[in-house]
Design a protein around this ligand. Structure first.
Ligand SMILES: [Zn+2]
Ligand SMILES: [Zn+2]
Length: 156
């Protein structure tokens, strides 16, 4: 039962993503992200229009920023000293344009430009796809989390 529900929510993700319940980054109460359905394509284009509203503290956010976790890895695929392939990535909460990576072969450290991807959801947390705020509806479930964008999405 639980598994079928997870599958279903992933399948229907985009059709329910116009209103997302999130945790307000300021007061930690429930806030809403409104998205303009017509503005994005699957999975998510960067040209979306979304608005954030917290009806508790009413603090505005910068709607051009990503507030959620980011996975970064070196833009160079190979070590700058010995040329060995670099295998490195980590998830951070703030964007940085350089990372220091230690080569596993020659053990020399060097700063590399960063290649990054935004992280919407992994097995520990889930965020809205527009600003990266923590989803309001998420509960631990075995080694994973079960999450939903809103109550309609939850289908209970
Ligand atoms: Zn708030
Ligand atoms: Zn090396």
């Amino acid at each position: 039962m639980a598994n079928s529900r997870i599958d279903k929510s992933f399948k229907n993700l985009t059709s329910f993503a116009d209103e997302v319940l999130v945790e307000c980054p300021y007061c930690k109460k429930r806030a809403i992200v409104f998205a303009d359905q017509g503005q994005y394509t699957v999975p998510y284009s960067t040209k979306f229009k979304a608005k954030f509203r917290c009806s508790n503290c009413y603090k505005p956010i910068d709607e051009n920023l990503w507030y959620g976790p980011i996975t970064i890895s070196p833009a160079n695929a190979n070590c700058g000293y010995c040329g060995s392939p670099l295998k490195y990535s980590k998830t951070v909460n703030k964007y940085q344009d350089k990372i220091e990576v230690k080569c596993q072969n020659c053990e020399q450290e060097k700063k590399y430009d960063v290649h990054y991807t935004l992280t919407y959801a992994d097995n520990k947390q889930a965020t809205d796809p527009y600003f990266g705020f923590q989803l309001w509806l998420q509960i631990p479930f075995d080694d994973n989390i079960l999450w939903a964008y809103n109550f309609e999405h939850l289908n209970i």
